[in-house]
Design a protein around this ligand. Structure first.
Ligand code: COA
Length: 330
């Protein structure tokens, strides 16, 4: 029997690009409307990075804030685990580029390919590595530049996604705040083709054909993804609570993946957590995939809605399908 907490959050930081793209901006290029987007998704605007701002750079900015909050320097990091669905390059990992930018010379570094649950998968992995004695201070990141893999001509996906990064220092538990009381992750690869990028990988390497077919961009069966999301988010809530040995009424704040307001509402309803105890910022950032949970956490802290000692339920789902959750005593 493993005794938790094994790790605790010691610092958090986020970074988003300055440029705001509103629904009205999409009205100029796509057959869509602010009303449709708000009603179906809850999204009003999202951030978009320019060519000069890479995923590794967004990650660096978020990581430096997380390090400062933890009172650590780059050389104190033993491992860098970066969740992303939009890596800067296919080789090497964005985590290695981040390591170089930070000067984290004592760390190992690798990416986690788990789509939107990337940050919580990274947390699960960090917990396991700390338990295995691979180091005490792990830097976990969720960072995306989804604007580069979304098809600007596809109204069913282009409007959903945004760019940003969130980072956290997860250290060996000291009995302090931020204790991770439970973690959970699960996948179902049979659902892969509901949300995927068909071209540009080893199966169909980048070519004129891939570009002409636009198959290097995200393809999504929206309605099916929606249904699976509601189901997997519910299961992830149940599992994290069960593993932490608590019930939903003991949760002070639900911090869900920000994909769609209606999915967030369905998740809260399943868990019987009132909406006033739910972090929602999908309206401001859209779906930032793996950056979504740390961005919501950070907003809750800055707004004073998340306070030390609170019990948080973090829950997420995404392409793969993958889903994950955690209970944290903040
Ligand atoms: N503006 C206007 N109309 C749009 C549109 C847009 N941006 N995008 C799609 N539509 C149209 C569709 O073409 C369709 O038209 P049709 O009935 O003439 O074929 C109609 O709206 C309804 O489409 P549908 O896909 O059934 O809508 P929906 O209520 O399921 O909402 C999503 C679409 C994408 C918002 C919703 O399915 C969703 O959020 N799914 C989950 C996606 C997600 O979370 N992905 C990330 C996972 S991490």
């Amino acid at each position: 029997m493993i005794r938790r907490p094994i790790v605790e959050f010691a610092g958090l930081g986020v970074a988003v690009p300055d440029r705001v793209v509103t629904n009205a901006d999409f009205e100029k290029t796509l057959e869509t409307s602010d009303q449709w987007i708000v009603e179906r998704t809850g999204i009003r605007e999202r951030r978009v990075a320019g060519p000069e701002q890479t995923v590794a750079m967004l990650s660096r900015d978020a990581s430096l804030l997380a390090l400062a909050a933890a009172g650590l320097g780059p050389e104190d990091i033993h491992g860098i685990i970066l969740g992303t669905a939009s890596p800067d390059r296919l080789l090497p990992s964005t985590a290695c580029d981040l390591q170089a930018l930070l000067g984290a010379k004592n760390a190992f570094a690798f990416d986690v390919a788990a789509a939107c649950p990337g940050f919580l998968f990274a947390l699960n992995v960090a917990e396991g590595l700390v338990a295995a004695g691979q180091g005490e201070n792990m830097l976990i990141i969720g960072a995306e530049k989804l604007s580069t893999i979304s098809d600007p001509t596809d109204r069913s996906t282009a409007i959903l996604f945004g760019d940003g990064a969130g980072a956290a220092i997860v250290r060996k538990a000291t009995g302090g705040s931020g204790a991770v009381l439970s973690t959970y992750m699960k996948s179902d690869g049979r659902l892969a083709d509901l949300l995927y990028r068909p071209g540009g990988g080893a199966v169909d390497p980048i070519s004129d054909k891939v570009v002409a077919e636009r198959s290097h961009f995200i393809k999504m069966a929206g309605r099916e993804v929606f249904k699976s999301a509601v189901k997997t988010m519910a299961e992830a809530c149940d599992k994290a609570l069960e593993r932490a040995g608590i019930t939903a009424d003991q949760v002070d704040m639900l911090v869900p993946h920000q994909a769609n307001l209606r999915i967030i509402e369905a998740t809260a309803k399943h868990a019987e957590i009132p909406l006033k105890k739910v972090m929602i910022n999908v309206d401001r950032y859209g779906n930032t995939s793996s950056a979504s949970i740390p961005l919501a956490l950070d907003q809750g802290i800055k707004e004073g809605r998340i306070q030390p000692g609170m019990t948080l339920l973090l829950v997420t789902f995404g392409g793969g399908f993958t889903w994950a959750s955690a209970v944290v005593k903040w």
